[in-house]
Write a protein that binds this ligand. Structure first.
Ligand code: DAH
Length: 339
């Protein structure tokens, strides 16, 4: 009996010392396993006098039951502790503020470009994109601007070789399209253009939107009607347009198109420099020579073309005073164009 108590005490000590379930299992095996102390006691049965055996067996069984119950209790406790430790380690504070993802916004140039495409595709225009690296023929010669033409000085060109250059105008797309497609044509051509130019309102890379309409009986009135609609949708319902004579080698006659100032409604303000009008684009009737260069008969077909700077429209529309803001990628600036 004394020895039983001693064994229980010893086992209890081993169980309490165990730091994890693995150690507890090993302690249990020391007593209840095949080579354990209780099993060893059982084996001593043979050495015991026959009349003492039932009593001895009963005591060993009682000991085994006590140990099993004791270890079971420790195991239970150990499991609970391990779970608590795990939960504590994985604790999440649900009241902590989340990390907010910054929502992006479309760049103002992209917004205006999309808006232009919306407006003109509503009038039946199709988008056609030409290459940014052009050859001299498409960018100049076919547009009635041969090598010695003074109008080449209007655009300070980045030449790559004698023949290739970074296009200075999306007008090159007019030629590329007319070579492929016979009239009727209603083309809209957006894209990047490049010029050696750099100040508050000019950047060496900027975007243009070109338009071209060629069909039988197209007149300057069609151009003005379409531009009027464009101005009303882009700026304000009360916007008006005005054509002024101008010069481009690829149009004849050529015009500069002004839109009434959307800031003052035409009364005169700093934005329109007191004139009530803002120049927004160049346009004109497609020069006969350009049609001929593309194999279109100028006696059968006429057309108009226009070209505008997308940055310029964006700056006017949103009151941006420096073109550099459009390429600095400052989120504080860009975030203002959300929604
Ligand atoms: N390509 C001209 C420029 O970059 C803009 C332009 C003027 C385009 C008149 C046209 C046009 O299609 O008819 O300055």
């Amino acid at each position: 009996m004394d020895e039983n108590d001693r064994i229980v005490e010893e086992a209890e000590e081993a169980a309490s010392e165990a730091e994890d379930s693995r150690a507890l299992y090993e302690a249990r095996m020391k007593f209840l396993g095949k080579a354990g102390k209780v099993t060893a006691l059982m084996k001593r049965m043979k050495e015991i006098a026959a009349e003492m055996r039932p009593a001895f067996g009963k005591q060993v069984n009682a000991l085994r039951e006590r140990l099993e119950a004791m270890f079971a209790e420790h195991e239970e406790k150990m499991k609970r502790q391990e779970l608590e430790r795990k939960l504590a380690a994985e604790q999440v504070d649900v009241t902590m503020p989340g990390r907010r993802k910054r929502e992006g916004a479309l760049h103002p140039v992209t917004r205006v470009k999309n808006e232009l495409i919306d407006i003109f595709s509503g009038m039946g225009f199709e988008v056609f994109e030409g290459p940014e690296i052009e050859n001299d023929y498409y960018n100049f010669t076919a547009l009635n601007t041969p090598a010695d033409h003074p109008a080449r000085d209007m655009q300070d060109t980045f030449y790559l070789t004698d023949e290739f250059l970074l296009r200075t105008q999306t007008s090159a797309g007019q030629i590329r399209l007319m070579e492929k497609k016979k009239p009727p044509i209603k083309m809209l051509s957006p894209g990047r253009v490049f010029r050696s130019d750099d100040d508050a309102t000019h950047s060496p890379m900027f975007h243009q939107m070109e338009g071209l309409v060629v069909d039988r009986g197209i007149t300057l009135c069609d151009l003005q009607g379409m531009l009027d609609k464009f101005a009303k949708e882009m700026f304000s319902e009360t916007s008006k347009t005005r054509l002024r004579p101008s010069y481009f080698p690829f149009t004849e006659p050529s015009v500069e198109v002004d839109v009434s100032c959307h800031n003052c409604g035409g009364k005169g303000c700093p934005l329109c420099k007191g004139t009530g009008w803002i120049e927004v684009l160049g346009a004109g009737m497609v020069n006969r020579r350009v049609l001929e260069n593309c194999g279109v008969d100028p006696d059968e077909y006429t057309g108009f073309a226009f070209g505008m700077g997308i940055e310029r429209i964006a700056m006017l529309k949103y009151g941006i005073n420096n073109i550099k803001l459009l390429t600095e990628n400052d989120v504080r600036f860009l975030e203002q164009f959300k929604g």
